[in-house]
Design a protein around this ligand. Structure first.
Ligand SMILES: Cc1cc2nc3c(=O)[nH]c(=O)nc-3n(C[C@H](O)[C@H](O)[C@H](O)COP(=O)(O)O)c2cc1C
Length: 297
């Protein structure tokens, strides 16, 4: 392990470690206006949800490294405390990046990066028409911490494109294609090959990792993810279920291989279980894993 005390490192160097590890980060594409109505649009990946009731978003423009001056977004928010946070998908990523260039204060980055302004309903800064989600926000507070300006916003109106709405009226994660910032020039894309589901242990209380028999926990075949799935079941299969499973053709074939000395039972059971766990078939995996050696039956 490399171990650093941030106080002993140049802050720009530590920044590169931080942004490379606290990643991928979603991107707030923030549109603001100054008191004369000049529009500004800039991306910020120091960004997240920080509350649900009321709904709160936070993002953090740092002061410019070059001269310590405040970025245009902050100057605008100090004059007009309203922001639209637009979400960024893969189709927008290159133009979004172009908008992050340090253009002069009165430059409208909608024009520079080729995005289309769409009027907001409750606030003055415009929305990015090409974005599939817009949050119209009022600023609650701008908290200065060192060189960072932490902007705390309350969402007062939200817009979601039908393109990302699924049959149940909720956001369909497979349709979003959001992009997120990583370290350096790297981005991540939430498209089909990158996203996956993990069953939430919400309404039930799983048995836990510590209740998994040791020989399964120490398996050379099962991974930490597999053990997490196994520990997430509420109960183990009953003795009757385990015995009935022994009569299945696949178990009979495994028993035969073991009796003829062709393979170790645990290896065969663990590899069957691992395949099933990869398909999220946890109960079936347990039915394999709990089979006793044929010699003790
Ligand atoms: C994807 C992305 C994320 C960024 N995140 C941040 C951030 O969180 N904080 C920050 O100070 N600058 C961030 N930047 C840089 C700003 O977008 C850039 O300094 C911009 O010129 C600020 O514009 P403004 O002066 O018009 O507010 C980011 C740039 C990109 C491309």
């Amino acid at each position: 392990m490399l171990t650093f005390n941030p106080k002993e490192l140049d802050s720009r160097v530590f920044y590169s470690y931080l942004t490379g590890t606290v990643a991928p980060r979603p991107i707030a594409f923030a549109s603001t206006i100054d008191k004369s109505g000049n529009v500004n649009l800039s991306p910020f990946s120091f960004f997240n949800i920080m509350g649900i009731n009321p709904p709160i978003l936070v993002f953090a423009p740092n002061n410019r490294g070059r001269d310590g001056s405040k970025k245009d977004t902050i100057l605008n928010l100090e004059e007009v405390p309203e922001v639209v946070i637009n979400m960024v998908d893969y189709n927008m990523v290159q133009q979004m990046s172009l908008s992050s260039v340090e253009f002069p204060r009165d430059t409208n980055e909608f024009v520079k990066s080729g995005f289309t302004e769409e009027k907001s309903i409750l606030i003055k800064p415009p929305r990015v028409k090409e974005s599939k989600a817009h949050f119209e926000c009022k600023i609650l507070e701008i908290k200065q911490i060192g060189t960072m300006n932490l902007v705390i916003c309350e969402i007062i109106l939200a817009h979601f494109s039908e393109l990302i709405i699924g049959k149940n009226g909720k956001i369909d994660q497979q349709k979003t294609d959001w992009v997120a910032r990583m370290g350096g020039d790297w981005y991540a894309r939430a498209n089909e090959s990158a996203i996956f589901e993990v069953e939430k242990p919400t309404s039930k209380i799983g048995i836990g990792y510590d209740a998994i028999p040791e020989k399964i926990r120490l398996s050379k075949i099962l991974t930490g993810n597999h053990l997490g799935q196994l520990g997430n079941v509420e109960t183990l299969p009953s003795q009757e279920e385990i015995m009935a499973f022994r009569d299945t053709q696949i178990m009979q074939e495994i028993i035969e291989q073991v009796l003829y000395g062709c393979a170790f039972l645990d290896n065969l059971l663990h590899s069957e279980a691992s395949k099933l766990l990869n398909e999220n078939k946890v109960k079936e995996a347990w039915l394999f894993l709990l089979q006793a050696h044929p010699s003790i039956l």
